[in-house]
Design a protein around this ligand. Structure first.
Ligand code: NAG
Length: 322
């Protein structure tokens, strides 16, 4: 079982009390940004969690299976842009990039309009803080500082948002224009925000707060055996341990520091869309010809509806495409 799922559940429980559900969702996205960068096991599981966690009315899994397969088939036709009957790696990569960009653009637009209804050039920090965390003004210092309380969780999220805001604020006027705001909301998509993504990821995994990631913390972030069960460690966990020791911890001091975390989640040339496309082709290409037919894709239906190729199934539920 994944920690990220527990975190997501815990946070969603906490945020049930916050008025603005759109902001709740962003908080959860916030937590998930870094997950996008992580290794394949994590990623795959994350894709499914994210998909299943979608609570919008038009979620894909509310469609009857025949209908969702029909829609997936239509998406395959679109991905196959040269119409040769095969989905190539490049076509799949282009499609994933397209759906990612579309999702990000719509998300930024929605939040931008919400925090800036009058269409000003910038959103000042204070406006954003009031909109999102204004309810904290009514809480006492004791409420905000009690360890493991809701108030404490909010305080930490506020601090994290404040810091990320400052990173995104290129001209340091404490207000974000649309470009800067996009970097704030989706740092994973902005090379200039890499360092803050690395820092937030490190902090999430670094449970003992010593500023570095131990092997236990690294594995603990991806894998938790069921309570009281003596199940044998899965092979992928063994492989992850070898990865940590053999590759991730490059200076062999037993820990991943910020630089090593950066090489892991955000290597300079890393292309997320390409990695996801390779992963999907690898998993679905049953005749190993390095391209996919519609049948191969429909045979791996579960994989694709949980994938970013369908924007977590969202593309299958969009009205404008069917
Ligand atoms: C926002 O400000 C940055 C500098 O921080 C600038 O490079 C960018 O062009 C501005 N974008 C818009 C939409 O004004």
């Amino acid at each position: 079982m994944l920690t990220s799922l527990f975190v997501a559940l815990a946070i969603s429980a906490v945020f049930a009390g916050v008025p603005n559900s759109d902001e709740n969702k962003r908080m959860m996205d916030h937590l998930s940004d870094a997950e996008h960068f992580k290794n394949e096991h994590h990623n795959k599981q994350f894709d499914h969690d994210a998909f299943l966690g979608e609570d919008q009315a038009k979620t894909f899994d509310q469609l009857p299976p025949e209908e969702s397969k029909r829609r997936l088939g239509m998406i395959v036709d679109k991905i196959d842009s040269d119409g040769d009957g095969f989905v190539s790696l490049v076509e799949l990569k282009d499609w994933i990039r397209y759906t990612q960009q579309r999702y990000i653009e719509e998300d930024v637009h929605r939040h931008w309009v919400q925090h800036n209804p009058d269409g000003a050039e910038t959103i000042p920090w204070e406006t954003y803080r009031k909109n999102v965390y204004g309810f904290m003004d009514d809480m006492s210092q004791a409420d905000l500082q009690a360890p493991n309380s809701e108030g404490f969780t909010y305080s930490n999220l506020l601090k994290r948002d404040r810091r990320r805001w400052t990173y995104a604020d290129g001209d340091l006027d404490d207000a974000l224009n649309r470009t800067e705001f996009a970097g704030f909301l989706h740092p994973e998509d902005h090379p200039g925000m890499r360092d803050i993504v690395v820092l937030e990821t490190l902090e999430d995994i670094d449970k003992d707060k010593d500023g570095k990631v131990s092997l236990e913390e690294y594995i603990g972030d991806m894998y938790k055996p069921e309570e009281g069960e003596l199940e044998e460690e899965p092979d992928w966990v063994k492989q992850e341990k070898e990865q940590f020791t053999g590759y991730r911890d490059t200076n062999k001091d037993g820990f991943m520091d910020a630089g090593e975390v950066k090489d892991w989640i955000a290597p300079p040339e890393f292309d997320h869309a390409e990695a996801e496309a390779r992963h999907l082709v690898f998993e679905a290409d049953s005749d190993a010809d390095e391209k996919l037919t519609k049948t191969e894709i429909l045979d791996k239906y579960d994989l694709f509806v949980g994938s970013q190729a369908t924007d977590f199934g969202e593309a299958l539920a969009r009205h404008d495409e069917f």
